[in-house]
Ligand binder design. Structure first.
Ligand code: MOS
Length: 741
């Protein structure tokens, strides 16, 4: 791979406001359902009222009688739709459960779609569709009769070759200090503000899909497969995504159905699924269980670490996050033993949800580290220091690791030295004060990507890349990168993203987007610069010359230069780019290469718990994060803030409740699905710890979108213990769990 030239420090690293900020706040930015297809028909979904069994009959007479109804799609007239393989990653489908019946595999499975002239007619008719079912007993979650267990390493590629080192069992047996604890995390739903929406329009045999997507090339390829047509005939448009967090990364069962309906009716069809339908027609974060065993010396040095995880999934799909891959590498454990078990229940298939592999697993690890510190009578920060190391138990070295710098800076800002360690010993009137901390960690991914850049003689540049604006500010950092490399002002750069007609970028997941897109855009801009040099070499930086841009163009006798570039990270194969064009992304980095590439952080949290009512407040949080080069501190801070708030949500608020009798989600609306509001969040102090790591990718960027969401829940749980002496090992922590002291 080409080594990158040194990067000038001109444009990058500035806290530029988002280039599309104005469009967003004025409502001019157009999201999936904002596109006006001409004369659209409206679709409304009917979802299953049972979780397991089959459809015995459907009575559609009443529904058809509603004026304006055009067609009702059921399993009886959608047999032409093809199955798409469950992806479990960027490409493919969210689930292999795609048929509308007659078999029912989870509550809320799509069983029919009514299409009418108006939304109101479609909705009314949908409520008049009568389905009779033959129902079977259901297994909703862990411990239910009828669930089946499976070794994740045999069923899912992600869970193969999980880290193992030494003899963790005998090291545990002979350890001075032993900890053997279990933790649990609940199911959660992404609940993006933008609902699951799809508009499909056909013209001369070509299909255009307007849908919020984290991977437009994947959607294009998968929907083509679903319809049995050539991908070249599908165009996906998704310039803005109103919240995704993993749930819009693959083809979900609705999209092919909407496209199919539009074809049959020879008219554009628009679907906006309801909030409650979103709980079952897309993915979610499944509930997990953990058993952690740690054997340590009295000095705090850990000799043995075992982490077993259990994750719920659907009957057919082996979805796994398998975050032991990361928990087992975070510290210098002397020996490591890991295992993950999948538990198949009668549920929709789970999927990626912000910081998917690490969130539940690091909550368990970082709670256990706090429990170990208490057994050792040791400061929890010092316990991390004793076990800090530049290589993991398997002998893999870290590319860079600034964990203790993060701890030191955050501890100082927080005032950690003033903490009195005894639980319940810090108090302010009726309020018990608790201080807790935990590590944040997220793998540094980088993916194959392509881009096109064009510079005109008047000094304006346009960059094209099918990246995804999921809220992270990709247009802004790509524009900053181009402005810097081409030596022009940021205001002279325009960026097109979110369209499958542009060169492909990888799935906007796994926090790879900034690193991948900036790496390829840098390459495209450097190829433009190469034209201006006498001894042109592609890959060279803007030379420090004084010649004016228009004179350079004059010298070359052209009005514009356009370059296309492809970027392949280490581990990429010759056909990786072809696969990316075909909808299969390639992500490298993290723990997969010769070096461990991760962004790290430390979070400190104060809780105040009312001694009488047990009301829990979080008045302040400090997070320090080291993630290589920061392209834009303003958008970076924004990601960290949102992620820490989500962490508080995981700790104290969020859980999807399931009725075990019918395997149905109970609180499938934003009134009953609890998330923090402004009044729940007070001071958040973010520290960007400088770090340079040129080995992770050409731009030296470690992804940050998912980092700060990791560790927050454990930091809150550790603070709650410090305030009350009560260790809650099942999230979320609600006041009823703090009633017995
Ligand atoms: Mo993110 S859950 O990796 O889309």
């Amino acid at each position: 791979m080409n080594r990158a030239a040194p990067v000038p420090k001109s444009n990058m690293g500035r806290p530029e406001p988002r280039v599309d900020g104005r469009l967003k706040v004025t409502g001019e930015a157009r999201y999936g359902s904002d596109f006006a297809a001409s004369n659209p028909a409206y679709a409304y979904l009917v979802t299953s009222a049972i979780a397991k069994g089959s459809i015995e009959g459907m009575d559609l007479a009443d529904a058809r009688a509603v004026p304006g109804v055009l067609e009702i799609f059921t399993h009886q007239n959608t047999g032409e739709l093809k199955p798409v393989k469950f992806g479990g990653g960027g490409g493919g489908a969210t689930s292999s459960i795609q048929e509308l019946g007659p078999q029912i595999k989870h509550d809320g499975q799509i069983v029919a779609m009514v299409v009418a002239d108006t939304f109101e007619a479609a909705r009314e008719a949908a409520h008049r569709v009568r389905v009779s079912y033959k129902s079977e007993p259901v297994s909703a979650t862990f411990d239910a009769a009828g669930v089946t267990e499976e070794d994740a390493s045999k069923a899912n590629e992600r869970a193969k070759d999980l880290p193992q080192a030494g003899d963790a069992d005998s090291a545990y047996d002979s350890a001075d200090i032993k900890l053997d604890v279990e933790y649990g995390t609940p199911p959660q739903h992404h609940n993006p503000i933008e609902l699951f929406t799809t508009t499909a329009a056909w013209r001369d045999g070509e299909l255009t899909i307007y849908e919020p997507s984290q991977f437009v090339y994947g959607l294009k390829a998968s929907v083509a497969q679903k319809l049995g047509i050539e991908p070249e005939r599908v165009h996906v448009v998704s310039p803005y995504v109103g919240g995704a967090f993993g749930c819009k990364a693959q083809l979900s069962p609705r999209t092919g159905l909407v496209a199919f309906a539009a074809k049959k009716l020879n008219r554009p069809v628009k679907l906006v699924a309801t909030r409650d339908q979103g709980f079952t027609i897309a993915t979610y974060r499944a509930e997990t269980r953990h058993r952690i065993r740690i054997g340590a010396q009295r000095s705090g040095k850990i000799d043995s670490f075992s982490h077993s995880g259990w994750e719920v999934t659907s009957r057919p799909d082996p979805y796994a996050v398998a975050g032991v891959e990361d928990s087992a590498r975070l510290y210098s454990f002397g020996s490591v033993k890991t295992h993950v078990t999948l538990v198949h229940a009668d549920r929709n298939t789970p999927g990626f949800m912000r910081s998917p592999p690490v969130v539940p697993y690091i909550y368990a690890l970082e709670s256990a580290m706090d429990e170990l510190a208490i057994s050792l009578n040791m400061d929890p920060v010092e316990l991390r220091r004793v076990n800090d190391s530049m290589q993991d138990a398997t002998g893999k070295p870290w590319s860079s690791r600034s964990l203790m710098q993060c701890y030191d800076q955050a501890a100082e800002r927080f005032g950690w030295a003033q903490r009195s360690a005894e639980p319940g010993s810090m108090r302010d009137g009726d309020w018990l004060i608790g201080w807790g901390c935990a590590s944040a960690v997220y793998p540094t991914h980088v993916g194959a990507a392509a881009a096109r850049a064009r510079l005109t003689a008047n000094g304006e540049a346009h960059v094209q890349i099918a990246a995804h604006e999921i809220g992270t500010g990709v247009r802004t950092v790509v524009a900053q990168m181009a402005a810097e490399r081409l030596g022009i002002p940021l205001s002279a750069v325009t960026v097109s993203v979110g369209d499958s007609a542009l060169p492909p970028s990888p799935v906007a997941g796994g926090s790879n987007q900034t690193a991948s897109c900036c790496s390829v855009v840098m390459k495209a801009c450097d190829a433009i610069n190469a034209h201006f040099r006498t001894n042109a070499t592609v890959g060279s930086a803007v030379p420090g010359e004084s010649e004016r841009l228009e004179d350079k163009f004059k010298r070359l006798g052209v009005g514009a230069i356009e370059e296309y570039a492809e970027f392949l990270p280490p581990g990429g194969k010759p056909d990786t780019m072809k696969k990316l064009y075909g909808g299969t992304p390639f992500l490298g980095g993290g723990s997969k290469g010769d070096k461990l590439m991760y962004a790290l952080g430390a979070e400190f949290i104060e809780v105040r718990i009312n001694a009488r009512t047990r009301e829990i407040r979080v008045p302040r949080m400090v997070g320090a994060f080291a993630a290589g080069r920061i392209m834009n501190p303003r958008t970076a801070r924004s990601q960290y803030l949102g992620a820490m708030i989500w962490g508080v949500s995981s700790a104290l608020h969020e859980a999807t409740e399931i009725d075990p009798r019918n395997a149905r989600y109970v609180n499938d609306n934003l009134a009953d699905y609890l998330v923090p509001v402004n009044a729940d969040i007070a001071d958040i102090d973010i520290i960007l710890v400088p770090e340079q790591d040129d080995s992770v990718n050409p731009v030296g960027v470690k992804g940050i979108g998912e980092l700060a969401n990791v560790g927050t829940a454990a930091a809150v749980a550790n603070a709650v213990y410090h305030a009350t002496g009560i260790r809650v090992r099942e999230l979320p922590i609600r006041l009823e769990k703090l009633l017995i002291a």
